[in-house]
Design a protein around this ligand. Sequence first.
Ligand code: ADP
Ligand code: MG
Length: 606
Amino acid sequence: MRLDVINTDKAFDYGYLLKRIFPYIKPVLFRIVITFLLAVPLGLLDGVTAFVLKPYIDVVVNGNIIDWHGFILTRDLLAKIIPPGIVIFAGIQGVLRYLNAYLSDWISLTIANSVKVDLFKKLVYLDSKFYDENSSGLIISRFLSDPDCASRQLINSIKTIITSLTSALGLIFVLIYNSWELAFVGVVILIFAFAPMALLRKKIKEVSNKSTVVGGNITTAFNETYKGNKVISGYNLQDKEYSRVKGLIRKTFSLQMSLTKRTGWLSPIMYIIASIGIALVMLFGNKLIMMGRLTTGSFASFITSLLLLYKPIKTLGQDLTGIQGIFVALNRVFELFDFNSRIKDNGTKEFNFTPQSIKFSEVSFSYNEQKQVLHNISFEAKKGQTIALVGNSGGGKSTIVNLLPRFYDIYSGGIYFDDINIKDFKLASLRNKISEVFQDNFLFSGTIRENILIGKENATQEEIDKVISASHLDEFVANLDRGLDTPIAENGASLSGGQRQRIAIARAMIKDAPIVVLDEATSALDNKSEKIVQKALDNLMKDKTVFVIAHRLSTIFNADKILFIENGEIVEMGTHEQLIKIKDGKYKTLYNMQFKNRENELNNAQ
Ligand SMILES: Nc1ncnc2c1ncn2[C@@H]1O[C@H](COP(=O)(O)OP(=O)(O)O)[C@@H](O)[C@H]1O
Ligand SMILES: [Mg+2]
């Protein structure tokens, strides 16, 4: 499920891709038909000027009289009608062009927006692994630019293709009307001008895919510059970042240029072939005039059409080439649509009770094929118990607790709540029953109140006040001018670590879930903030079943069960008293080395 490697290669399967985009096109189909219908007269009107050149020259200039189905067209009449007629037709064309542009923009934006909305829904439900595997930049660029490219350019291209096609057809009609022999020469040669385009499809797709990856890398680099600005400054990495991004930007440059190098000759070649056509027509046309088979008016009208024909044919060529890029984008959009969360929400049971027991039974797990992370983890947590997970970093403690809300799914063994398999619950109802506080908690941009209400949308003021006080936020909030309605910066950048932590605790507390997961919730804090955050956590843990990963002795000391995790296995399990008695035990060693010192430190801090 990596965006930079997977490629289902359906970019040339136009039928398939159009079928996929059709549901988005369907609601606006009527308007599309109107737009496309408007494109027809829009194109055909191009031929009008060329067409009237014949009667104008033959009748007005050369003084011939035409009997047109009994209508006598005199010089005076045509001299009065044709010039203003041309202006009127141009006026009509202008109005049609405006309507057409307005409609097609409306349609393409509408389609792009609904694709984006659906795509976002898909993305927001994707599993954690997807976000582990793919860079932010790549996801952002595929979310923002591909749907636009796919739908906007699709409509615009079809519109211009129709206009150009009808314009070309109209002009070709004028050609044939004037002289079918000359028309044959002209059209055959113009078709030759088209031929090279077919060769370029593959190259365009390849470059376009590569550009997206590079573009994504640039976005990721920007994101990192933003999020990591302190590290970048602190380690004096500015120049390194600069070179990295410069390299990436250069790479897009060379990718773009390689495309231009391969496609740029197209237009001049076409132009040369077209002028060969015009030259041949001139020579041949002159002969026909000499032979009396062509009037000067027809000849002028013919040459004008042929010259006018170059533009729609060129546009047509460009659009037909460009349309490949659209299908590439369309393919990428639907590739993303086909990503499904690997966490299947197939359960039917509502998690609407407080479980008496939570059991891990022979649980094994790995994030990827390279390395198994958990091996046969088995333990039970009874209602109201506190289970402490300790052990060296990288042992798998966080992994174990991340399995509870099913951020990841296990591949063998089972996790049971009152003997009901975790997979039998509706996912949202399971997650409703678990509150988590991590070392680093994401806060949304918005106010403090909004961030707390995430835990319970419709909480009353009374409930909010209660958790504010229980999470020891009251003093902090009271000192803010705007109190709870104080906006916080993106990801809580304007808050101290302890304040951020307490907001996260208040958010978890108001959720009032029976199961609480605390993953090093105080590790990032200094001793003083730790004390107050710990008090808040103690309130959060009250009467809950708690899984806690902590470095603080008192939390572990009072735990009903301590799991010592090493290399993905439970190597020791028991209460503090039990584990401390194991001679040369891992827990005992850790306790002697770390916790004792830590506790002294904390006590001295006050
Ligand atoms: N999202 C992830 N993708 C791949 N590997 C991971 C991921 N998270 C953790 N790991 C790996 O899993 C192992 C256990 O990590 P973790 O559960 O975070 O340990 P702990 O919390 O005990 O420090 C480590 O080897 C780590 O590299
Ligand atoms: Mg961890």
